[in-house]
Design a protein around this ligand. Structure first.
Ligand SMILES: *[C@@H]1O[C@H](CO)[C@@H](O)[C@H](O)[C@H]1NC(C)=O
Ligand SMILES: *[C@@H]1O[C@H](CO)[C@@H](O)[C@H](O)[C@H]1NC(C)=O
Ligand SMILES: *[C@@H]1O[C@H](CO)[C@@H](O)[C@H](O)[C@H]1NC(C)=O
Ligand SMILES: *[C@@H]1O[C@H](CO)[C@@H](O)[C@H](O)[C@H]1NC(C)=O
Length: 335
């Protein structure tokens, strides 16, 4: 009996350990008073972050050490998105008044201005790139038209699109994680874009699809979209109500006439970012914590209450990193 009891206890302990090993989150860096919303993971070793007060963090050793820098001359700018191409080359996007995109070729030692727009009301939200260096930057609508510029040389030069789609009244975009636009590698619909505010919509293949997300306020709507093989997963909610889980996730099957459905078990609270880890597993995060789904978004499990703005998987590799307020950077390991 005693033996049975100890092995029963041991089995219970093993279960706990097994569960903990299912998803292990470790905070590996922090910096007071810096908010990180830009994250680009080139490989398991090369990680770039961008944030408020002109801040950049870069690691080339898998996150063991980060080099923090402030972009000279841009100490007051909020770099809400970054795309890194390797350990030396990256572009960063400063949201507004004026809006800038800067590029580095020397690992962030020096930055060159490659885009500037000081139009009244300018507010850039996010960039997205495909593997060939084609990219897009989007910004809040100006005079009813979505702000959009394209690059085909890894962000070295940008051309404004004067025929971008129209926004409806009170519709705008969130610059919460640089992921409300995603490159699909599908020529017919190279980018998917999600909006929020008074309405929440998905722009795809020159169509616009209303999303049954929270809407009606400046703080509500879709914040992020992940895409894989004709499936789009959209997350958001209301960033002023981090604990509210109402209409915070929509699953869209683009192959089947953009059929929308809601999860059976939604992620917990407001979410600012979602990514595919593999074809079944998704990771979402927000100020409300981190959630995982292993069934393409149908059922979500909250795995941590820690607040993060953005999550990314290595473009070439398996490592997962998260970043957020207080300059916090974390790794997430799934078995
Ligand atoms: C962070 O902000 C607080 C309050 O403004 C200030 O006292 C503190 O020195 C700042 N910390 C750093 C590292 O700048
Ligand atoms: C995009 O729209 C065109 C024309 O409406 C259609 O022929 C095409 O199949 C669509 N592509 C995708 C990937 O949905
Ligand atoms: C959200 O819930 C947590 C506890 O689950 C609580 O500590 C926090 O204050 C709540 N936040 C808001 C904005 O209600
Ligand atoms: C998940 O959320 C529930 C309900 O708020 C809470 O009781 C639980 O502690 C959370 N789990 C984790 C791992 O944060």
């Amino acid at each position: 009996m005693k033996h049975f009891y100890t092995s029963f206890l041991a089995a219970l302990l093993l279960c706990n350990i097994a569960f903990a090993q299912g998803a292990t989150l470790n905070i590996i860096a922090a910096k007071e008073n810096i908010s990180i919303r830009g994250l680009s993971v080139v490989s398991d070793k090369i990680i770039w972050c961008s944030g408020s007060k002109g801040s950049i963090a870069r690691s080339i050793d898998g996150g063991k050490t980060f080099r923090w820098t402030t972009v000279a001359g841009y100490e007051q700018n909020d770099f809400r998105d970054i795309e890194a191409f390797d350990e030396n080359k990256a572009v960063i996007m400063a949201i507004g008044a004026p809006s800038y995109i800067l590029s580095t070729k020397d690992g962030g030692k020096s930055w060159q201005k490659v885009f500037e727009d000081s139009t009244d009301g300018m507010f850039l939200d996010a960039m997205a790139f495909d593997k060939k260096g084609n990219g897009i930057v989007i910004g809040d609508p100006i005079n009813g038209m979505i702000y959009q510029a394209f690059t085909n040389d890894f962000g070295a030069t940008w051309t404004k699109n004067n025929n971008a789609a129209k926004a409806t009244k009170g519709e705008s975009f969130f610059a919460s994680s640089g992921t409300n636009i995603v490159a699909t590698a599908n020529k017919k619909q190279p980018y998917l874009l999600v909006s929020g505010g008074m309405v929440s919509r998905l722009f795809y293949n020159s169509s616009v699809l209303p999303l049954a997300m929270q809407k009606g306020h400046e703080t509500t709507g879709a914040n992020s979209v992940a895409y894989l093989k004709n499936k789009a997963v959209v997350v958001g909610g209301d960033f002023s109500k981090p604990n509210n889980s109402d209409s915070n996730c929509i699953l869209v099957d683009l192959k089947r006439n953009a059929k929308c459905s809601k999860p059976i078990k939604a992620p917990l609270g407001y979410k600012s970012c979602v990514i595919f880890y593999n074809k079944n597993t998704l990771i979402a995060c927000g100020t409300s914590g981190v959630d995982i789904s292993n069934d393409v978004g149908l059922q979500w499990q909250n795995i941590s209450k820690e607040s993060f703005h953005v999550v990314q998987k290595a473009k070439k590799g398996k490592a997962i990193f998260l970043a957020g307020a207080k300059g916090r950077i974390a790794t997430l390991v799934l078995d």
